[in-house]
Design a protein around this ligand. Structure first.
Ligand SMILES: [Zn+2]
Length: 138
């Protein structure tokens, strides 16, 4: 389900480091940066590995499966662009492959969200230019 946004959506910061993530999302694919030296996946995207500080990074496709690590229900969004979505679930998801990311839990009434519930990635084409990675109950 795609909401109609009447106010400008915020755009991603640090475009150079996150470009592969957003391009993959547009293809409805979830990718994570991986350090080629220590083989660690990490998120958020950055130019150096947070573990070994090397800058030899590639991107790997992940399953999109994970669990709800924690969440909160938003009734008053920090950005006015999301006012039409309330209430919505602001979620931290732990991917099966390891990294955690901030997203939304959709297709789940707020009173049915549970810590550790299984979730799977879904892709919301919010504008012609941008696709957001969200999660729904698996
Ligand atoms: Zn590393």
């Amino acid at each position: 389900m795609t909401a109609e946004y009447r106010k400008p959506l915020p755009n991603p910061l640090h475009w150079a480091a996150s470009k592969p993530f957003w391009e993959a999302a547009k293809r409805h694919e979830l990718v994570m940066p991986r350090c080629k030296f220590c083989d660690r996946l990490f998120f958020y995207p950055r130019e150096v590995c947070p573990r070994c500080l090397r800058n030899d990074i590639d991107w790997v496709t992940v399953s999109g499966m994970g669990r709800l690590h924690t969440y909160t229900v938003i009734h008053q969004p920090a950005n006015a662009a999301f006012q039409g979505d309330v209430p919505y679930i602001y979620a931290m998801v732990q991917l099966d492959e390891g990294p955690r990311l901030i997203s939304n839990l959709v297709d789940c009434p707020p009173d049915q969200a549970q810590i550790d519930m299984r979730v799977t990635a879904v892709f919301d084409d919010v504008t012609p230019e941008w696709t957001l990675v969200k999660f729904k109950p698996a």
